[in-house]
Ligand binder design. Structure first.
Ligand code: ADE
Length: 411
């Protein structure tokens, strides 16, 4: 029934799940309601998300809400085998193995789709890709789904604008309570966490080159500065380049930044951002990492082809590529998402908001029965998450008086 590396790892996974559960109060409220009201009774939910502890808690909550749930990991290096084993003991069908090859990764997505889902949660569009291709026959069962990430949203918008999208998808990434926190503070913190725990090197006094100044890039750059780095931002969008400048970062093309960086982090969503011509001029010992969805931002293939040999790093997450002139460039996590492949992803308090939005988006789909297309998270849902989080933190805010409300409406 499950696809796991080792079911006996479950104890470690339960400990991780219990820890994050205690730090996810918004999802906790949803859990309490779901246990009683079972709003997802009769639904079958297929999930492709990075399968670490917070994700497992979301899957568990959906299961407690009455749904049959099957889950796989949206990236072969981000599945945590202990968490997968624990979740399988909590009533969810799990198909996830860390380090799966491309064929196993594909097969595990198929196993999840085999439940003939009525609802889906996607991170980067792996389920949607199959539901519009080899598994298109299953699309007729789908009431709708929710997409987690910027890359998936871009793909969905393209599908929808061509009129090809077969069911409604809610763009969770675009909700304020998602991208303002998850993309910025989540990626900012978890990316440096992944880099620091895999390298065990200092950031202060070094030069960090951040490619891309979207919400994720803003967070990565800001946290680099907080750690004492000099930050260089590279961009293709002139507005964002101006933002980076006024936020106090240096701005220049990658051709120039490549010579200066000690750390490189790509967060553009595009491919081929750091390429051969950049490897040619980088400093000996430069550390290359990616925090974008796909492993195509650093041209890993070109790096492997250029290198005369590989050098083992301190863990399997760190591999050195020695070039013919003797320089070694260190690549983290094979160029995959460094925050999840070499870390545990975003902090629990951040994923609490994101995954509360995911659960509530599924409920919204059931209540509203939308036509095929892309939709925002409803504003009242976004605000509910904001309110509950403040309340959980013991914080109150001001309320508009009736006179102020009227003034705002008529001014
Ligand atoms: N944990 C689970 N999903 C995640 C995501 N998309 N980004 C960071 N951490 C996560």
């Amino acid at each position: 029934m499950h696809t796991l590396r080792n079911p006996q790892l479950a104890a470690g996974g339960h400990a991780k799940m219990d820890w994050v559960t205690a730090h996810m109060p918004v999802l906790g409220q949803i859990r309490t309601r779901y246990q009683e009201a079972k709003p997802l009774a009769g639904q079958r939910v297929a999930i492709s998300l990075h399968l670490e502890a917070k994700t497992a808690v979301l899957a568990e909550v959906l299961h407690l809400g009455g749904a049959q749930v099957a889950i796989t990991s949206s990236n072969p290096l981000t599945a945590q085998d202990d968490v997968a084993a624990a979740l399988a003991e909590r009533g969810v069908e799990v198909h996830a193995i860390r380090g799966a090859n491309a064929d196993e990764f594909d097969q595990m997505h198929h196993r999840v789709l085999d439940i003939e889902p009525t609802l889906i949660i996607d991170d980067g569009g792996e389920l949607t890709e199959r539901l519009h291709g080899v598994r298109a026959d299953l699309a007729k069962h789908i009431v709708g789904g929710a997409e987690e990430t910027t890359t998936g949203v871009t793909r969905l918008r393209a599908l929808a604008s061509q009129g090809h999208l077969k069911y409604p998808m809610i763009l969770v990434n675009d909700a304020d309570m998602k991208h303002l926190f998850d993309n910025r503070y989540g990626t900012g913190q978890s990316t440096w966490d992944g880099i620091m725990r895999s390298t065990n090197l200092v950031v202060a006094g070094k030069t960090a080159v951040v490619a891309g100044y979207g919400w994720c890039g803003k967070g990565v750059a800001e946290r680099a500065r907080g750690l004492g780095a000099r930050v260089i931002v590279t961009e293709v969008n002139p507005v964002r380049a101006n933002e980076a400048l006024m936020d106090g970062h240096q701005v220049m093309p990658m051709d120039e930044a490549a010579r200066l960086g000690d750390y490189f982090v790509t967060v553009t969503g595009n491919y081929g951002v750091i390429r051969s011509e950049h490897f040619d001029v980088m400093k000996d010992g430069a550390i290359l990492s990616n925090a974008g969805h796909f492993d195509v931002e650093v041209d890993v293939k070109a790096l492997r082809q250029t290198a005369v040999r590989t050098v083992p790093g301190r863990t399997s997450d760190v591999v050195g590529y020695q070039l013919s002139d003797g320089r070694v460039l260190w690549l983290l996590a094979e160029g995959r998402l460094v925050n999840l492949a070499a870390g545990d992803g975003h902090p629990a308090e951040i994923m609490d908001m994101t995954f509360a939005l995911q659960a509530l988006s599924l409920e919204h789909l059931l209540k509203s029965r939308l036509a095929a297309g892309v939709y925002p998270v409803p504003e009242d849902v976004d605000h509910w998450v904001a309110q509950i989080r403040l309340r959980a933190l013991g914080l109150a805010i001001d309320q508009l008086s009736e006179a102020q409300r009227v003034y705002m409406e008529h001014s």
